[in-house]
Design a protein around this ligand. Sequence first.
Ligand SMILES: Nc1nc2c(ncn2[C@@H]2O[C@H](COP(=O)(O)OP(=O)(O)OP(=O)(O)O)[C@@H](O)[C@H]2O)c(=O)[nH]1
Ligand SMILES: [Mg+2]
Length: 227
Amino acid sequence: MSLLTSARFHTTVAALAQLPRDGLVELAFVGRSNAGKSTAINVLCNRKRLAFSSRTPGRTQALNYFAVGPTDQPIAYLVDTPGYGYASAPLETKRTWDTLAGQYLQARTQLAGVVLLADIRRQLTDLDRKLIEWIPSQVRLVVTLTKSDKLPRQQASTALRSVRSELQRLRPQSPDTVLLFSALNRSGRDELSALVEEWIGQSSQAASAGPAAVSPDTATPGPAASG
Ligand SMILES: Nc1nc2c(ncn2[C@@H]2O[C@H](COP(=O)(O)OP(=O)(O)OP(=O)(O)O)[C@@H](O)[C@H]2O)c(=O)[nH]1
Ligand SMILES: [Mg+2]
């Protein structure tokens, strides 16, 4: 049994003050609304409805925490975040994104890795680029091109190459990964879960025991503000 199949719901965080204070390593799943974040978590954890997915954009409005590891001693959290770039989202929703997900991403010290999901048919958008610029350089990043089942193989490979070179430009110092993913035919699942488990393994050993919190003062407005 892989580590990720032990995932269970832990908590929903609607405001920064509610963030867990146990210092466990966290991996965030981020991306545009409808990119496939919740679906990818379900696929990785081999569960149907652990994280809620929906055809309606903006389904996930808070940070949803899923614990992995032994029940009495979780070792890390997978964090499902609200999508950004939902065109018709009310201003209030966009503000919520900035003050919650945006600040979380920039300042959460126990954040070990970010899984950025992007629909392969759109590749990276301006909001994704802005988000990538925010990710601290020590935080690992994998860009996961979702819904690869929607494109012929050759077009998918072209998209993969183009996102790879773009990412290299955006984060020249970081050993980031780009991969193709499909929830429908499970392609990319093993690669992504191996990567996520590797990050958890490396970071949970290095993680400090003390509580850590994000400081709202250090954050700046996020992609949703302009999206
Ligand atoms: N064909 C196909 N559809 C997918 C794939 N991944 C997700 N979907 C569909 O895309 C829609 C959105 O998926 P979600 O997982 O809810 O997307 P999300 O990024 O969590 O969306 P928000 O929570 O609104 O930000 C759903 O209808 C999924 O079934 C995929 O790999 N292939
Ligand atoms: Mg979701």
